[in-house]
Design a binder for this molecule. Sequence first.
Ligand SMILES: *Cc1c(COP(=O)(O)O)cnc(C)c1O
Length: 363
Amino acid sequence: MSGHERAFINQAFESNWIAPYGEHIDGFELELTTYLNPNYFVTTLNSGTSAIHLALLLLGVTNGDEVLCQTNTFIASVNPVTYCGATPIFVDSEPDSWNICPKQLEIAISDRIKLGKAPKAIIAVHLYGMPYNVDEINKIAETYKIPVIEDSAEALGSSYKTKKCGTLGTLSTLSFNGNKIITTSAGGALITKDIQLKQKAVLLANQAREHSTEYLHNQIGYNYRMSNVLAGIGRGQLQVIQKRVEARRAIYNIYKEELGSIEEIEFQNEAESSYSNRWLTCVLLPKVSDKEGLRLLLEQHNIESKPLWKPMHQQPVFKNLKSYINGVSDKLFSRGLCLPSGSNLTQEEQFRVISVIKNYFSS
Ligand SMILES: *Cc1c(COP(=O)(O)O)cnc(C)c1O
């Protein structure tokens, strides 16, 4: 927490709006809009997963459809496809951004079309806060007229050229889960340029209850709204977003400077067009055995590190699904490690982590 949240929570309690309605919801949505781009509309929700689910529903994804998904991601990007009765088809990453590869995407689209299965949507992810190759992906999407869901769960505070992540897809989503760069403990948001889509999202998130004194429902809805109390936490958090981004970028820069000289350690590269919030600093280690070797040595020093997200095409639950693979995410997963990157990591703590890593490679 930043210290700004409690005043908003107190306000919610004093006004007795402990509900998924109230001034903090309106305030948080407006402040997010102002932060991202005043031409967009934000709908706050109870999770980033709900936001992706609603995005798919708004695009008309339904039973039997196929959706092309970045394989290199956390499973929340993909699970909602199955909630719609649709099938995820996985697409591998490019080596620089670690995100969806334009070449593989185009191969996948052509192949699906040839099989009579034109994809209904593309889910692209700014993994670890690093923007995907937005221009290339959008160009392909426009050529084939397929909408893009921009999963910006990890990338609030990142941008591509002059635009903020969260405003780069046909529909875009955010997460405010506890592990993200700002949090409401649990929460998410859907972002659109189209006021009518926002109205539809609000309706679906509220059990599809129509404006009527009777409890009238014309379609199936969901209970996906955000609480006014949590929106208050979000308003307090949003005040410090830029500080958080700067802290995380500084952490990345120190790791890069201190570890960059160790032979063959690689980092996720920021293209000229990209500005990453560096949500997590991840390193690609020289050998497969280093991943577990270094993780265990760090653990012995009471330092937690974690493997990268295991790609979706490697997940047992998705083992029968088609994927378009070039080896990049397999390589990343086999040799990658996420290093301590929290906004509150002190320099002293970070140098303790760095010295353990240096020792590992010098012995
Ligand atoms: C966290 C996350 C989500 C989902 O967010 P929740 O709010 O936890 O439901 C989606 N995609 C990615 C890449 C994430 O990291």
